[in-house]
Design a protein around this ligand. Structure first.
Ligand SMILES: *Cc1c(COP(=O)(O)O)cnc(C)c1O
Length: 299
């Protein structure tokens, strides 16, 4: 059994946000791959899936929060591949499960709710899962790690003439996608991750552990977290609506909105020297916007 995703749906769009925008910018629209197996999550999962199929595993097991893009992609991809899936969900079962949890159940994922304290001890949780479910392949939170980054390295194959870009910008959660892009990038290209959360030390040390050669190859900017992971401000929401009106591109509140805001700020500050060509990676995740009250976004 093989599983393939239609990467023909991905486009590269020119991003023109202001009238005299000096920096030529394109965006790789990974959000268009699939509504559930969205964006970078497909790339981070693909080698786990092929390995699970090769090793005759029953399915995949992983963990995440109640709005996790990763668990949704994993549930949908395993469903398509004819494999089972188990999701360890952070926190108590809500009285009224949100849209993402509903989708996970619809896709046949078995959901196991776990206390926040048990979830926090991820290393222990992962090793317990490996013991309890020997027929399942255990995938770390968010698809992070060496195998996920190897998959993310394939992202740049979708960009013809990718060496034309001087800068590649992407959102950072675990840093796995950024590491993958850095693995595949040309030596002259600057790799900049925009962190969706306050810190970057954990991400940088994880990347260095997976790929020691990447230590000097990339940087993470933490100036645009808007209060921390999955936090947002009214300013960010207003920006998302404005960005959509001007460019036609929807962004998600956790990752790509912060990425695009950072790109706009850096452009206006003159961070990119004249003649720069910027590639923004739209890593998907739009389904997470369903956590907002209806009417918050104009798209
Ligand atoms: C998961 C996710 C990220 C973060 O990717 P990492 O590899 O964990 O850094 C970025 N953007 C979107 C839309 C995501 O869903």
């Amino acid at each position: 059994m093989t599983l393939s995703i239609d990467t023909d749906l991905i486009t590269i769009d020119k991003i023109q946000l202001f009238p005299n925008q000096q920096v030529e910018t394109d965006m790789l629209r990974l959000d268009k791959i699939h509504t559930q197996i969205s964006g970078n999550k497909w790339f981070k999962l693909k080698y786990y899936l092929s390995q699970a199929i090769r090793e005759n595993k029953t399915g995949l097991i992983s963990l995440g929060g109640p709005w996790s893009n990763h668990l949704l992609a994993l549930a949908a991809a395993t469903h398509l591949a004819g494999l089972k899936s188990i999701g360890i969900i952070r926190g108590e079962k809500p009285a009224k499960p949100g849209d993402t949890l509903g989708d996970l159940s619809d896709l046949g994922m078995e959901l196991i709710y776990t206390s926040r304290s048990a979830y926090r001890n991820r290393e222990q949780l992962l090793s317990e899962l490996a013991q309890q479910y020997p027929d399942f392949m255990v995938v770390d939170e968010g698809g992070q790690g060496f195998t996920g980054a190897k998959g993310a390295a394939d992202i740049l194959q979708l960009v013809p003439d990718s060496q034309q870009y001087s800068h590649i910008l992407c959102a950072v959660g675990t840093g796995t996608m950024l590491a993958g892009l850095a693995l595949a990038a040309h030596p002259h290209q600057q790799l900049i991750g925009i962190s969706s959360l306050k810190g970057k030390e954990e991400q940088l040390s994880a990347i260095e552990q997976w790929f020691p050669q990447l230590a000097d190859r990339l940087e993470i900017n933490t100036a645009f977290h808007f209060g921390g992971f999955a936090r947002h401000t009214t300013q960010l929401i207003a920006f998302m609506n404005h960005f959509f009106e001007q460019t036609g591109v929807p962004t998600d509140l956790v990752y790509t909105a912060k990425l695009c805001y950072a790109w706009k700020s850096l452009t206006q500050e003159g961070f990119f020297e004249p003649g720069s060509r910027v590639l923004l990676i739209h890593s998907g995740g739009l389904q997470g916007n369903r956590s907002l009250p209806p009417g918050t976004l104009t798209f």
